[in-house]
Design a protein around this ligand. Structure first.
Ligand SMILES: CC(C)(COP(=O)(O)OP(=O)(O)OC[C@H]1O[C@@H](n2cnc3c(N)ncnc32)[C@H](O)[C@@H]1OP(=O)(O)O)[C@@H](O)C(=O)NCCC(=O)NCCS
Length: 437
């Protein structure tokens, strides 16, 4: 099988319709070339199987575009991340998470009236149906909060109909997620649930529900609210990652919004995805208890037989630096400085990064710290327990998942997602009765 593009022009300056030619068993197929708004090139293989009988094989989908999307642009080589065209650095510095939710889901930053409206709706939908509170009682103490979050989000579909206006269900999901997340923490530590307070911002409201108790007044630390806003913005979308693809996959069967997002939450849970922030802190803690001998762990990560990886290092897409990690490294130092906290784990993280960035193994494989490397250190400083870190990631990623679900649903080209396979099992054989086996 051979493949070539007919012209070598730079994607930014196409001279006419481009096609790729694929020759299989002497038969040639022209594959239309699709160019994205940032010059990304894709080969449209929609006719491949019908015309040749062959499929593509791309384990882990590293070369497969599953959709066209106008939500988020990433250039992994240049360390670029933009939501709807806005650079992540600018949003991280200037925006409010609620604005970013509006931007991702509806395509534009809200004007003053839209923002006031959206904020007010998000505030007024934070209460859970009282019956849902009883669900928490059934969980054993110490249940992972991601188990509760995914189940509660799926359960929202038992309370809110698909026939309700979609915008209302979107607001319900964003608003109730912070309450569910905080309740899952309170359940674990055996404290009474704190109800949401409408005078607080989205981030402050969550922190209040997490850390306040009914016995005394509680003021949210504004540094915490600000840094949480930053963290949620940095996590808000990342195009076709594992959990977002899961949301689109489940949604492609026309499953409802809550069910599709619950599936995304489960996909996020794994340590190779959103669970990495928890794994990073656990790794740093292990190193600390081992006399802070970080060099030993760098060596272990290089030894394939050890089965050990440096958590928070490496990324399928970013091959130079993760722009979110750069922002968070700075934020971690600032926040800990402002709070006067000395965290030995931050020192270990910096030392580990320094060694790995100059080590041939990591340099040649383009392994750099990713977003999860520093986020855990900040969450720790905010008093968020380790098993809640992935929940925090999920809260941030909600608007991205919703935006993709909505885009998928509104795209007339959407078909149920159903990959093919190359079968490698036994060929046909006859059934033998058990007495002959
Ligand atoms: C993110 C991740 C899953 C990307 O995986 P991927 O694109 O499939 O890359 P691969 O697993 O094929 O890794 C490529 C090479 O780098 C090595 N590598 C990747 N990440 C590594 C890490 N964190 N520590 C040590 N080696 C690593 C692999 O062993 C492989 O080496 P090889 O080419 O000699 O076989 C992977 O880098 C990883 O497991 N990182 C740690 C978990 C993490 O932080 N996840 C959060 C992502 S935001």
């Amino acid at each position: 099988m051979s493949q070539q593009t007919t012209n070598g022009a730079a994607p930014s300056a196409p001279t006419g319709p481009r096609v790729a030619r694929l020759i299989l068993d002497g038969r040639e197929l022209e594959l239309p070339v699709v160019i994205g708004s940032e010059g990304e090139t894709g080969l449209d293989i929609m006719q491949l199987r019908a015309k040749t009988g062959a499929i593509t094989l791309d384990q882990g989908y590293g070369n497969t575009g599953a959709c066209e999307s106008s939500i988020t642009f990433i250039d992994g080589e240049r360390g670029i991340l933009r939501y709807r065209g806005y650079p992540i650095e600018e949003l991280a510095e200037k925006a409010d998470f609620v604005e970013v939710c509006h931007l991702l889901i509806y395509g534009e930053l809200p004007n003053a009236k839209e923002l006031a409206d959206f904020t007010s709706r998000l505030t007024r939908h934070t209460l859970l149906h009282e019956d849902m509170k009883k669900f928490f009682e059934g969980y054993p103490g110490g249940a992972h909060p991601m188990a509760m979050l995914s189940a509660m989000v799926a359960s929202l579909s038992a309370y809110y109909s698909e026939d309700d206006e979609l915008d209302l269900n979107i607001v319900r999901l964003l608003a109730k997620a912070i309450t569910i997340a905080a309740f899952s923490y309170k359940k674990n530590i055996g404290q009474p649930f704190m109800y949401p307070r409408n005078e607080l911002s989205y981030c402050a409201n969550f922190l209040h529900m997490m850390h306040a108790v009914p016995a005394e007044p509680f003021t949210v630390n504004p540094v915490f609210a600000r840094v949480l806003n930053l963290l949620l913005i940095l996590h808000a979308d990342h195009e076709q990652n594992c959990s977002t693809s899961t949301v689109r996959m489940v949604g492609s069967s026309q499953a409802n919004l809550f069910a599709s997002i619950a599936a995304g939450i489960c996909a996020l849970w794994g340590p190779l995805h959103g669970g990495a922030n928890q794994a990073v802190i656990e790794m740093l803690e292990t190193i600390r208890q081992d006399g802070s001998n970080y060099k030993k762990y760098v060596e272990m990560a290089k030894d394939k037989d050890s089965g050990f990886r440096l958590m928070g290092f490496g990324h399928r897409v970013y091959k130079n630096f993760d722009p979110r990690a750069s922002i968070l490294k700075k934020a971690a130092a600032e926040v800990l400085g402002q709070l006067g906290i000395q965290d030995p784990l931050l020192d270990i993280a910096k030392a580990l990064e320094e060694v790995a960035l100059h080590d041939e193994f990591f340099v040649s494989r383009k392994l750099y710290p990713n977003v999860d490397f520093y986020s855990g250190v900040i969450y720790r400083a905010m008093g968020i327990p380790t098993n809640m870190f992935t929940v925090m990631f999920a809260l941030g990623r909600l608007p991205g998942w919703i935006a993709h679900w909505r885009e998928m649903r509104d795209d007339p080209k959407t078909r149920i997602n159903r990959p093919r396979q190359i079968y490698t099992g036994a060929t046909e054989r006859a059934y033998k009765p058990v007495s002959e086996r």
